[in-house]
Every structure is written in structure tokens, then in C-alpha cells.
Design a protein around this ligand. Structure first.
Ligand code: PLP
Length: 472
């Protein structure tokens, strides 16, 4: 099938995008299976391997559906089935698919300027966005480095910390995920499977502390951080304000403020990875600020580009100044001939600051702020968590815990990864897209921030029914 033969985009009517699932064929249907077979012949085979492993673990067919169109919170597969997207493109689709304002921006910007020469001849869109992002930081004169992916932003933060402190050490957390490019990968504490194949290429200067899931674990976690920083060689502590991929783990009050205090006392930078938690997802533009903590560096990504790849590393002025005069050079070997970057573009890439993505980001920020989507996420997330807790109180139907902040919600189930995956699969068959996180036993929900209550309520009913059946 050629792309021109694909089903048309979803209707753009008033209510489009907030409809309940409509399953016209089996999911996955014959068309999805045929297209996935084509992909299997050309895609790097790790995704096949993962599918096979998951099929073995659950005894279920794990073949994916193939998506063709989307509107609001609905996506449609190539067999014509309509789903409710409770994943929102890994949390990146903040304002729903095909948002009219973003579509208009895409059209307008693509007809005026699609390419820029980022660090040589910047576009007006890049300048406008950079000013906007600097203002998100709660102190004057913050500086911004743009990238394409979340991993890019983390990479920029790790480099900034080395330049600014001269200390190579990075402290990260068990269970954390910061992206899979070589720099960030070293800081991923989620599962050793991510790091181990590439271990010889990863920074040996990264350590891990436990991430506290409850108040009783707070002291031990902060003590581990303090001990790691006491040696004096750690320049950055990198933290997700809520563990996302690690299973929606909300740390107890006092964790982020405790980290801030230790970092200040031990002269390390606090890097907040707000790639998933930020831009309204957790009920505020920045979760750290909402918790009363000002980090030294904030990383944003996922939804920032309104659907186009874009990320940002935003740092306080005194820290970012190190890109002009790196502190690490003060410790350099006397014999070294190298005396600084000398104005060389030591951190750039062809598409960084791409005008199309920058324009989309401005429209995205306008939409999130202008329509108060952070507040809306706070309210609808709280109501979703409350109704899930209501259904599953006392561990009913093998649900161990429900937790979340804003529209980042996790349902931890008994039965390990096999049951988590089986439930996620059943959700798919019933027309709801969800992910699994943590050890595979946490159903993770990160819908668009403007998702309707009707859809969330319908999901709760469906999930309660599925969780209560013996087969899943
Ligand atoms: C908290 C966090 N940081 C970083 C990343 C990496 O972002 P990307 O996949 O765009 O490189 C992710 C991706 O899921 C993430 O959840």
C-alpha cells in the first residue's frame, strides 16, 4: 500500500478527538500484521527480540498495531480501529494530536522558513523561543542550549556541569531514565540491560543513589547522596522529580529540597530532568519549582516541540557562563597546549534550533499556558487517581498501588511484568493505549493534558473489569 492509499485523517469536527474506542476489526488486524511483517524485515532487530521475549513471558501475541491518523486523544490504526491514546506519544503529545493551533503554526512556519543555520545565522523563531525558555527559569539571565531529543538536553547538562564545576562525577538515581545516547545512558539507573552492552563506552564517573518511594526511605536516600558528594568529585546530581519510566514513583516531600540543600553545601549542580514531568504534565510548568526548589539546570523535551523533535537545557546565568570560560580548564595539566574553546562551536548540531520546531514550541507554550493546561492536568489527574484508588482500595483485583501527580499516573499490579504486560495488551484489545513501566508491573498513563473526563472514566471502568478477571 502506498501512503496515498492510507485512510484519511480523522474528521476535524468540534468533538473530534474525544471519542470512545471503536473496534472494527481484531487488534492487531490483518493490515497491521502485514505492515509489521514488512518492518521486521528492515528494522534493527532489537524490537523483534523484545516482542518475542514479551510473548514468551506472557504466552500472548505481542504484535503491535500500526498507526495511521490521530486527532485529540484518539488514534486510528491501519485496520480502522479507533483507540484512546492514554500514552500521548510517550507523554510528548501534550495538547492532543493534530491540535488546530499547532497545525496552523506548522503550515505558517513551513511556508516561511524551515531551515536555519542555528549557531551561525539563527532564525527569528529560534531567538523568540530561546527568550521564552530563558523566562521559564525563575532567575534572570538564564541561558539556553537547544537540542533535538531528551537525551541531547541531558548530554548538554552533563557537559555544562563539567565545564562549570571542573568535577567529572555525576550522581544519578536507581530506577531513573535519562535517554540512551552514550552520555545520558551512563546515568540511567533503570535496568542494567540498557547500560551493560555499552558499558565499555560509558563514563566511569557516574554513581547511583536510591530513589525514595516513600517517606521512610528519605533519610537513607539523602544520606547516600551526601556521602557520594562528600568525596568532592561530583559536579552534578541529576534527578527526575517523579520517576517516569521507572514506574511513576513520586518521591516523598522533602526529597527535592533535601537534594537542593546537599548540592548547595557540597558545591554540586542540581540538574532537574523535567523532560517528562515538565510543561504541565505534573500539574505545573516545572515540577521542581512547584515543589519550591530552584535547580541549577532544567532539561525539557518530549512535548516541547509540539510534536517535532526539540529539547532544551536551561541553566542559571552563572553556570552557563562556563561555556565561555570553562572551569575545568583551571585544573588542566600545565603541559597541555589546550587553553580553551577559543570561540569554537563546541556544542552544536545541524538541526539544533530548527525554526519549524522552534515555532511549534512557541505555539505549544502559548497553548499550555493560555488554556491553563497545567491546572487542568492537576485536576483531572487527581480525579483519575481518586477513582482508581476507589476501585482498587485494599489491593482489590490484584492492584497493589495507584499513584501519580497531575497526568502522570501509575497503576502497580501484582503478578510482575507478565501480568502488567497482559493487562496492557488487554487494554489495547479494548481500545486503550497504555504503557508499562518500572519492572513492567506498572501500567503507566500519560494522556494529553486536555483529555476529557468521559474518556478517563470509561478507561477506569474497562480497566477495573479487566483487572478483576482471572485470566489477566
Ligand atoms: C525523564 C526522561 N529523560 C530523558 C528521556 C530521553 O528522551 P528522548 O527519548 O527524547 O531522548 C526520557 C524519555 O523517555 C525521559 O522520560
Amino acid at each position: 500500500m502506498a501512503l496515498s492509499e492510507l485512510p484519511p485523517a480523522l474528521d476535524d469536527g468540534e468533538d473530534a478527538g474525544s471519542e470512545l474506542p471503536l473496534m472494527r476489526a481484531a487488534s492487531p488486524g490483518a493490515m497491521s500484521r502485514a505492515w509489521v511483517a514488512r518492518l521486521a524485515g528492515v528494522d534493527a532487530p532489537w524490537s523483534d527480540a523484545r516482542r518475542e521475549r514479551r510473548a514468551q513471558a506472557t504466552g500472548l501475541d505481542m504484535s503491535p498495531i500500526v498507526l495511521t491518523s490521530a486527532k485529540g486523544a484518539n488514534v486510528v490504526d491501519i485496520d480502522g480501529n479507533r483507540y484512546v491514546d492514554l500514552v500521548a506519544a510517550f507523554g510528548a503529545c501534550l495538547v492532543g494530536h493534530a491540535h488546530p493551533r499547532l497545525l496552523r503554526t506548522l503550515e505558517m512556519q513551513s511556508s516561511r522558513l524551515m531551515y536555519g543555520l542555528g549557531d551561525v545565522y539563527p532564525s527569528d523563531a529560534k531567538i523568540g523561543l530561546t527568550e521564552r525558555l530563558a523566562r521559564l527559569f525563575p532567575e534572570p539571565s538564564a541561558r539556553v542550549l537547544l537540542g533535538l531529543s531528551g537525551a541531547d538536553a541531558i548530554d548538554a547538562a552533563i557537559k555544562t556541569a563539567l565545564l562549570a564545576t571542573g568535577k567529572p562525577g555525576v550522581l544519578a538515581f536507581e530506577g531513573a531514565y535519562h535517554g540512551l545516547a552514550t552520555g545520558p545512558l551512563a546515568t540511567c539507573g533503570l535496568r542494567p540491560e540498557f547500560r551493560e552492552p555499552f558499558a565499555p563506552h560509558l563514563s566511569p564517573h557516574v554513581g547511583f543513589a536510591p530513589y525514595p518511594a516513600e517517606a521512610s526511605a528519605l533519610e537513607r536516600s539523602l544520606a547516600a547522596v551526601d556521602a557520594a558528594l562528600a568525596k568532592g568529585d561530583v559536579g552534578a546530581v541529576i534527578v527526575e522529580p517523579v520517576l517516569g519510566r521507572g514506574g511513576v514513583v513520586v518521591p516523598p516531600d522533602g526529597f527535592l529540597t533535601g537534594l537542593r540543600e546537599i548540592c548547595t553545601r557540597r558545591s554540586a549542580l542540581l540538574v532537574a530532568d523535567e523532560i517528562w514531568t515538565g510543561l504541565g504534565r505534573c500539574g505545573a510548568l516545572l515540577r521542581t519549582l512547584d515543589q519550591g526548589v530552584v535547580p541549577d539546570i532544567v532539561c525539557l523535551g518530549k512535548g516541547l516541540g509540539g510534536g517535532l523533535p526539540l529539547s532544551a537545557c536551561i541553566g542559571r546565568a552563572s553556570v552557563m557562563e562556563a561555556w565561555r570560560t570553562p572551569k575545568c580548564l583551571q585544573n588542566k595539566d600545565e603541559a597541555s597546549a589546550y587553553d580553551g574553546p577559543a570561540g569554537e562551536a563546541i556544542h552544536t548540531s545541524t538541526h539544533a534550533g530548527n525554526p519549524l520546531a522552534c515555532s511549534m514550541a512557541i505555539a505549544l507554550l502559548d497553548t499550555v499556558v493560555g488554556t491553563k493546561l497545567a491546572d487542568r492536568a492537576k485536576e483531572s489527574g487527581a480525579s483519575l487517581v481518586a477513582s482508581l484508588k476507589d476501585r482498587f482500595s485494599g489491593g482489590a483485583s490484584g492492584v497493589r498501588a495507584v499513584r501519580g501527580v497531575g497526568l502522570m499516573v501509575g497503576i502497580e499490579v501484582e503478578g510482575g511484568a507478565a501480568r502488567g504486560l497482559a493487562l496492557a495488551r488487554e487494554c489495547l484489545h479494548r481500545g486503550y493505549l497504555v504503557l508499562t513501566g518500572g519492572a513492567g508491573d506498572v501500567i503507566t498513563l500519560t494522556p494529553p493534558l486536555n483529555v476529557s473526563k468521559v474518556l478517563l472514566d470509561a478507561f477506569v471502568d474497562t480497566f477495573a473489569e479487566l483487572a478483576s478477571t482471572r485470566s489477566v
